[in-house]
Design a protein around this ligand. Structure first.
Ligand SMILES: [Zn+2]
Length: 403
């Protein structure tokens, strides 16, 4: 494939050179043929599967018409066995004449035979014509290249850099680009290698974390630059442990005018299945303002305690203020509550996050068959939630319980 083809995939940040080097470095084995920048004499080898009419002209293969199927249903089944060879589809190309579906000879896995055929599904009628490339089969040379062809790897790297980071997203983009898709499992293992290449090994050692924490512990001048405000690493073979809290000066500012703290854990941000604990506060418009995030091995009392303590310590360090919020908002887990009390001593109110409440209410309400009653109950709860005066709220609760 030529560079101009690749540009169609909207490559932004990476230079051609980097992609080329990366794809080479990431090949399944070391015997991948060297990459050619200009494909002037390209005979369209195994990797040549990018849809492009221009490319086909450049390939220099001539085709002859060998068979016309007048039946509209023709017949890929027949095509894939044409002349008793095994043909596999390698490219689909929409042209003015109609759709051309190319196949290459695949006499065995990893073969590199130049023979090709294509089916032309005429745009103007229901005819389908089979064309055969005027070239001899060659079943003597064997390409060692297996897995994802290097050209497709290039495209995947580009997609990855443009934010398509899951096999599913990549497959869907490859589909749009009419590139023949590797298996999801192949993409998945390619992405593992790619991530490692781009971001370093996924398995990081405690020593590495420790080194990183120390390096990042210095509070930077830039108020938006992140630093490790606090960390705890237990380098014990039997029971290794780490906790670290990352924030920026500007994020810590969010603490200053808040006496309530919202806390939750998420598993959605990471590759290694460690929870990311998030702490922050909300304003009157219900917008969330984070203080920072903690990465821990668990989401137990100790972990939340560590995070609250980190917030407190950092505020003390930065502003010389003893930060003591009195309200905790969360999913009402004991771990958050206990962690909160261990650090801030008191907890005046322990508010359940409204999102978690409604989720639970809905689950409970599903037990009620009567649709009208269900809607009424939900409406009542919603209304009571908005009562600002505690006495009225308590009275309303009594009424509701009677109901
Ligand atoms: Zn062949």
């Amino acid at each position: 494939m030529t560079i101009s083809d690749k540009k169609k995939v909207s490559l932004k940040n990476i230079t051609k050179y980097t992609i080329k080097k990366m794809a080479e470095a990431l090949s399944d084995d070391d015997i991948v043929p060297s990459y050619r920048e200009e494909a002037t004499d390209d005979d369209g080898d195994a990797g040549d599967i990018i849809s492009s009419a221009k490319k086909m002209r450049a390939s220099g293969l001539s085709y002859e018409n060998v068979k016309v199927f007048s039946d509209g249903k023709c017949d890929e089944e027949e095509a894939v066995k044409y002349n008793n060879f095994t043909w596999i589809c390698c490219k689909i190309n929409d042209t003015e004449q109609g759709t051309k579906k190319y196949y290459k000879c695949s006499f065995k896995r990893g073969s590199n035979c130049p023979a090709k055929i294509y089916l032309l599904f005429h745009a103007s009628n229901f005819e389908v014509t089979l064309f055969q490339a005027i070239i001899q089969h060659d079943h003597t040379t064997e390409s060692k290249q297996t897995g994802i062809p290097i050209e497709v790897k290039n495209v995947i790297i580009e997609l990855f850099q443009n934010g398509y980071t899951t096999p599913k997203a990549i497959l869907s983009e490859l589909d749009k680009l009419k590139i023949i898709q590797p298996k999801a499992s192949q993409i998945s293992s390619f992405l593992v290698a790619l991530r490692e290449k781009l971001y370093g090994p996924a398995q990081i050692s405690l020593n590495y974390i420790k080194k990183w924490c120390i390096e990042k512990s210095i509070i930077p001048n830039d108020p938006d630059e992140c630093f490790v405000a606090n960390y705890y690493i237990k380098d014990d073979d039997a029971d290794p442990l780490f906790r670290l809290f990352v924030t920026t000066k500007n994020l810590m500012k969010n603490c200053l005018n808040s006496n309530h703290v919202c806390t939750d854990a998420t598993y959605k941000l990471i590759w290694q299945d460690y929870p990311v604990l998030i702490v922050g506060t909300t304003d009157k418009q219900c917008a969330f303002h984070p203080f920072g995030i903690a990465l821990c091995i668990n989401e137990q009392t100790n972990d939340f305690e560590f995070m609250f303590k980190s917030v407190q310590l950092t505020i003390e360090k930065l502003y010389n203020i003893n930060y003591c919020p009195i309200i905790s908002v969360g999913d009402a887990s004991g771990a958050i509550t206990n962690g909160f009390i261990n650090v801030f001593n008191v907890i005046e109110k322990n508010i359940m996050c409204w999102f978690h409440v409604t989720k639970n209410i809905d689950t409970q309400l599903n037990a009620i068959k009567d649709k009208k009653m269900k809607a009424e109950l939900r409406q009542d709860i919603k209304f009571m939630q908005l009562i600002k005066n505690e006495t009225i709220f308590d009275a309303a609760i009594k009424l509701f319980q009677k109901k």
